[in-house]
Design a protein around this ligand. Sequence first.
Ligand SMILES: [Zn+2]
Length: 217
Amino acid sequence: MLRVCMGGSEASVSSCLLEQLGVAYGTVHSIPVSVVETLSSIELTRSKVGIPLGHAQDCPAAQGGGTELAGSFKIGCVTCVCDSRGRVLFTKRPMHFRAFPGNWVMPGGKVDPGETLRQAACRELHEEVGIDAREEQLELVCLWESCFPIRKSDGPLKSHVLALFFRLRLDLPFERIEVKVDSEEVDDFKWMVPSQVAEVLGIEDVSEGHKFALKFL
Ligand SMILES: [Zn+2]
């Protein structure tokens, strides 16, 4: 079992999450885990049936790669907003962002100290795209260990995050859903058919974690 602490003191993780759950480097890139959320931590346990946890094939945090970031590990929440016809909302990150500049992502962000995961997801959704959701509407679909830069060869890690992907199903077609973007955090938005996201937005501009999550929508 791996306990990931939330809040201010996030020193509990300094290397690859899958390695810490007993996965040998380079073998599998996704395992099912059971997820137990407490007020101050998330507990991940490898299990036969569970929520998929994935990471990059050449995870930069594996084999001692995350030690320079010890103490700055973060937890993030992403919301996959689906309209009544299965389209999903993507937003474009501004070029001045330190991690994943210009990438197309689903709305989300870091969990603040004192927040639950779902509170963070609802807050980010409201701030970034002006959509209001209730916590009980969010369904956890998968987890992704997100590193930036995404490849070991691109230099030392600047960001190491466990991203939890929630699905929010709305009963309206996208034409009737009002999206009000925060221009500080979002450059543009698009409603996409999940199977066409990488093709339409550009394979390099959609992160591997988001492509992973699209498989479970
Ligand atoms: Zn990893």
